[in-house]
Design a binder for this molecule. Sequence first.
Ligand SMILES: CC(C)(COP(=O)(O)OP(=O)(O)OC[C@H]1O[C@@H](n2cnc3c(N)ncnc32)[C@H](O)[C@@H]1OP(=O)(O)O)[C@@H](O)C(=O)NCCC(=O)NCCS
Length: 188
Amino acid sequence: MDKIRASELFLRPVRIDDAAQFAFLCNDPAIARNTARIPHPYMRADAEKFVARRGAGMFGGDGEFVFAVCRNDEIVACAGATRTSPGVFEIGYWVGADYRGRGVATGAASAVTQFAFVRLSATSVTAGFFADNPTSGRVLERVGFKPTGETILMHSVGRGEEVETVRLSLPRADFRLRPEIVITASES
Ligand SMILES: CC(C)(COP(=O)(O)OP(=O)(O)OC[C@H]1O[C@@H](n2cnc3c(N)ncnc32)[C@H](O)[C@@H]1OP(=O)(O)O)[C@@H](O)C(=O)NCCC(=O)NCCS
């Protein structure tokens, strides 16, 4: 089970007992609106299903590596990397409403990107953001992603419609290791 220290952020695999905090943070129309699979309202049962699939020994199952992003021992965000084809990982993230505008997404996205290259031997890391959510596009560009030039339609459960999505990627050759991001492997 890997853990990541990224300046003041600490990322660790999701646990079953995270359900209450995930339910609280994720019940947010802005998160539903700007992600593909998160509904609104987001109920405790949704969070329980989420942690059951990702927590307790499921880390990395099905090629999905999902981290609770903590600051001062409190979960403030979620970020992860999912294998989409051999050597290629897609990252995703959201940040709790009270914690935005302080670099949490930039730090968490940098951390899971470095995790994909260093621990998962990614050849390329990809990401996408809805065209009307440019804040997330700037997060990705700060991490080092570049637009591929491709725009696709992606279904958003939260919106109930297809949304124009800008695609970005970061090939291994362009990845720069950030020394402030430290990844450790541990038994639990
Ligand atoms: C989009 C989202 C992830 C951004 O999260 P965030 O933690 O506020 O992002 P950051 O703080 O890293 O960056 C946001 C702004 O804060 C600024 N900022 C403030 N303090 C900062 C710091 N210490 N370090 C870096 N940036 C900082 C950034 O410069 C950035 O400004 P910009 O919009 O002018 O580029 C968040 O609003 C969110 O979760 N939205 C709903 C779900 C979502 O959109 N998920 C992404 C799907 S692709």
